[in-house]
Design a protein around this ligand. Sequence first.
Ligand code: SAH
Length: 332
Amino acid sequence: MSTSPERLDAFMGRANAAYYASRDPFGAGGDFTTAPEITQAFGECLGLWAAVTWQLMGRPDPVILAEAGPGRGTLMADALRAARAMAPDFAQAARLHLIETSPLLREAQRARLPEAEWHEDLAGLPDGPLILLANEFLDALPIRQFLRRGGAWVERFVEHDRFVERPAPDAPLPDAGEEGEIREVNEPARAISAALGARLAAQGGAALFIDYGPAESGPGDSLQAIRNRQAANPLSDPGAADLTAHVDFGALAEAARAAGAATHGPLPQGVFLLRLGLHSRAAALAASDPGRGARHLEAATRLTAPEAMGRLFKALVLCHPTLATPPGFETA
Ligand code: SAH
């Protein structure tokens, strides 16, 4: 463990790399759960979203089907099963590529998706038309935090298990703000959005990001640690808890548009999934699985209800500027 102050993003990157390399955090006995682990209907709906988006793209064959941060591989396994059943041409054309840094989670993914190719980052994807899915990937990327002190920005560093502040004359922020206000900047997420925006504009396709954060970016500290389904101190015991921050969808959309892409959303997850027919799918699952029917319906409600995951979670699409509106993002 380092003793000199470490910038928050370096600390968070190191802590999460250690965390994801050492465990499978998902599911019943894990630290937290995610939409694909709550119901198979989530990945199935996203698989059909990808199939319709592929049709809107003009049915390129082959097409790169990629996922960033696939966890246990559940979302993509569900998506491909639905695609094989409902859109076999798309499933045939799709070449599967997964972006994952954790060796342990890569093994879990390989068990379910043996046909995939793995990459350390998005830059490793081959060229060509792309459909990319990512659920709860961006929130795990490291943030910087700045505070307004005495009419200037200072930046948060971590020393032992405490924050210390250092002057930040080059903060990537306007030189203005309320005394005491906290601003977060996720530089890797912005860089990914900009690079993907440029790539989609040049080579075609669409990227769907689902994550949590407010519709309008604003000041505030959203860094949190989750361990055993409970909030923990983010600074103590790096690597023992999952560190996340709210995603600034506005900043991501702006970075992608500046690079030449079009964007749709952010849309509340509940609205997006209702439009994709999540509840119809849950009802069909309930009808074919009477012993657990109520659980299928409750799971779908958990993903769509505003007071559960329906409002805080958002869906954002980056895409080629002439692509027709992807399913779920119709404005009417
Ligand atoms: N999408 C999955 C998992 C979300 S957890 C689900 O919804 O269940 C975050 C995932 O991103 C994990 O698979 C983690 O190992 C991966 N990850 C975290 N940081 C990453 C990085 N910098 N590059 C690639 N993958 C990363």
